[in-house]
Design a protein around this ligand. Structure first.
Ligand code: LMR
Length: 339
């Protein structure tokens, strides 16, 4: 049957061109949900990335205005825009990276998993479009709940014979960005000087900052470390509360996603970029998906650097987070199987 063969992309002119000797590698990045709260600042930041040759913006609603506006920024890149479900395939066609910030944000008092019903349909549709139009693209999902929707997307890609675990990602970079900022403020050093892995998932206690591996060394009374951990785990809520009904983090999320895009693009280009913590299919713990530091290469994940060394408190925290993360992952897989 047609399902027994892996999908092979029909070659378009662009794909053919890339196979010609002497051609410079070019990169097409498609942002789905480009006119939204995260999409707009993300596109703006991506316009500054010299590795991107073509930036494609897609949104269900008309995004010509945003795309025209952004296209006037004087950096080298083609900017294209598409609107509506019917044009999703065209927008994604042969992209090197598809990044998905579409979906509903939280309101105060909501947990991320309460967005599941609203956002699962969006992510499912986009995942099917990726399978059909760019099965070899790197696919990065920002839409919450990341802990469930990435495993759901994996299942859908499997159903479509287009799954490669090295190319599917849940964006958890904002947890790292926040940790670097909060720790740098505490240590009174520049944020760029702080390196710290944040592992697990992207919600509450599933977010585990590994303070014991922080550089420069992060020390303090246990109470102080616990307070810092709590702030990082609740930082999304801090923004949701401050925005008071007008959504969740958009600007810092766009910054985080743009940073992850750069690391992925360097990898695609064959350059060794910095490792970033990303939520991926994983054998590092009992959880089938888990964020750990990842090195990127020409085919997505080049190496999963695995679980950092943990101190006793972190080991306890890991034990506690695993059942919670597993429940979220199972919910996503179950939903995909019911489709
Ligand atoms: C965040 O961490 O800020 C995002 O996941 C958005 C949210 O709902 O908190």
């Amino acid at each position: 049957s047609s399902k027994s063969q892996p999908r092979v992309l029909r070659q378009c002119y662009r794909c053919w061109q890339l196979t010609q000797p002497g051609q410079l590698r070019t990169f097409k990045v498609t942002v789905v949900g480009a006119a939204g709260g995260v999409g707009q600042p993300l596109c703006m930041l991506l316009r500054l990335n010299k590795l991107i040759t073509e930036l494609v913006m897609h949104d269900l609603k008309e995004c010509k205005g945003v795309a025209t506006d952004i296209s006037h920024i004087c950096t080298q890149q083609d900017v294209k825009s598409y609107a509506g479900a019917a044009n999703l395939g065209k927008a994604i066609k042969c992209a090197d990276i598809v990044i998905l910030p579409a979906g509903l944000p939280r309101k105060p008092g909501m947990q991320r998993d309460q967005l599941f019903d609203a956002n699962a349909t969006v992510v499912a549709k986009v995942t099917q479009a990726v399978a059909a139009n760019a099965p070899s693209a790197l696919f990065a999902i920002i839409t919450n709940p990341v802990n469930s929707l990435v495993p759901m997307a994996a299942e859908i890609l499997k159903q479509e014979q287009a799954y490669d675990p090295n190319r599917l990602f849940g964006v958890t970079t904002l947890d790292v960005v926040r940790t670097e900022k909060f720790v740098s403020d505490y240590l009174n050093v520049q944020p760029q000087k702080v390196k710290i892995p944040v592992i697990g998932g992207h919600s509450g206690i599933t977010i585990l900052p590994v303070f014991s591996q922080c550089k420069p060394v992060f020390t303090g009374e246990p109470d102080c470390i616990a307070a810092m951990k709590k702030r990082i785990q609740n930082a999304g809520n801090e923004v949701v509360k401050a925005k008071a009904g007008k959504g969740s983090a958009t600007l810092s999320m766009a910054f985080a996603a743009a940073r992850l895009m750069n690391a992925m693009l360097l990898g695609l280009k064959g350059e060794k970029g910095p490792p970033e913590c990303v939520f991926v299919e994983s054998k590092v713990t009992e959880c089938p998906f888990f964020a750990t530091p990842i090195e990127f290469g020409p085919k997505g994940i080049a190496q999963n650097l695995g679980l950092p060394e943990l101190d006793d408190t972190e080991k306890e925290d890991l034990k506690k987070l695993i059942p919670e993360l597993k429940i979220a992952i199972d919910a996503g897989v179950k939903y995909a199987k019911s489709l």
